[in-house]
Design a protein around this ligand. Structure first.
Ligand code: HH2
Length: 291
């Protein structure tokens, strides 16, 4: 993976669709994954959706605004965040997953913990989103036992310490090699190519320069032929560029999502679904009316 700039969306390898349980996602147009953190301490929306009613109301809003996937997280992975005990994570996420799955939503579970993956899958989640790329003992097996989609993300170190001194020789090459290796491990465990999605992990053990290089280098990641997810929403790289606080990064986030889509991302993980959808509508119209 090199860090070359791109002007046109790369189709990368052929990615016909993304299979998440009974859901078959068409990736011809970028899809939105709406973020629902049921945590007290997430960097942007922490404490806002902890009660079940509030979480479900927010999920409904994300769905109505155009999110194809609702990503439910019960552990903040912001820089410096301590791990959450498994019982507490289960208590936060399982009722929310269950209620959203019962409403027919495509629910993603954002967790590093195999016990939480297993419980969320049993409660109806159809996608496992793991910032640790299924490296925890037992995680690959839990996912292989299901028909869920999986998102394999790159992270250098762990959330507690990852921003202390991130370093790479060639960030794009190293992230790409790591994700290719994790995809191979998933396939060796019996998870089909059509169930796998790769994510460079913006902000996870990366400086501003690393994040920008990865955004420029996204076309090469898409060329692996797996679905690609990008999560730049409200992240500190956008704060560094705009000098805005997380809640005021909506426009920067929509711009970043658009650039990620243009660089080949198929799924955009976002807080601000309506704003991103509007930005993408302009881009889709331009592409689809080209002669
Ligand atoms: N980023 C966050 C959490 N999960 N999953 C994937 N696949 N990609 C990401 O970039 C990603 C992720 C961090 O953002 P957020 O959930 O908003 O914050 P917090 O970790 O503080 O809950």
């Amino acid at each position: 993976m090199t860090c070359m700039p791109t002007l046109n969306r790369t189709s990368g390898g052929v990615v016909p669709g993304f299979h998440c349980g009974r859901f078959r996602l068409d990736l011809a147009r970028p899809l939105l994954m709406g973020i629902l953190n049921v945590t007290p301490d997430s960097f942007s929306d922490g404490g806002r959706h902890q009660a079940l009613d509030a979480a479900l109301a927010h999920a409904e809003r994300l769905h109505e605004e155009g999110a194809a996937i609702i990503d439910v997280g019960g552990e903040s992975t912001r820089p410096g965040a301590p791990p959450v005990p498994v019982e507490e994570e289960l208590r936060r996420v399982v009722p929310v997953v269950e209620a959203l799955a019962a409403r027919g939503r495509l629910v993603s579970i954002d967790t590093r913990n195999p016990a939480v993956m297993r419980a969320a899958l049993a409660a109806g989640a159809a996608l496992v989103n793991d910032v640790n790329a299924l490296r925890a003992p037992g995680a690959l097996e839990v996912c292989a036992d299901s028909d869920a989609g999986i998102c394999l993300m790159h992270m250098q170190g762990d959330p507690l310490t990852m921003q202390q001194d991130p370093h790479y020789g060639d960030v794009c090459a190293e992230v790409s090699a790591f994700l290719a290796e994790r995809a191979e491990a998933a396939r060796a465990a019996g998870i089909g190519r059509e169930r796998i999605c790769l994510d460079p992990g913006f902000g996870f053990g990366k400086t501003v320069a690393h994040n920008l290089a990865l955004l420029r280098g996204l076309p090469a990641l898409a060329a692996h032929g797996y679905a690609v997810l990008a999560g730049l929403s409200r992240k500190s790289v956008l704060g560094a560029v705009t000098a805005k606080a997380p809640d005021d990064r909506v426009h920067a986030s929509a711009a970043a999502a658009l650039l990620a889509a243009q660089a080949g991302a198929h799924i955009l993980r976002v807080h601000d679904v309506a704003a991103t959808r509007n930005a993408l509508a302009v881009w889709n119209a331009l592409r689809e009316t080209a002669g």
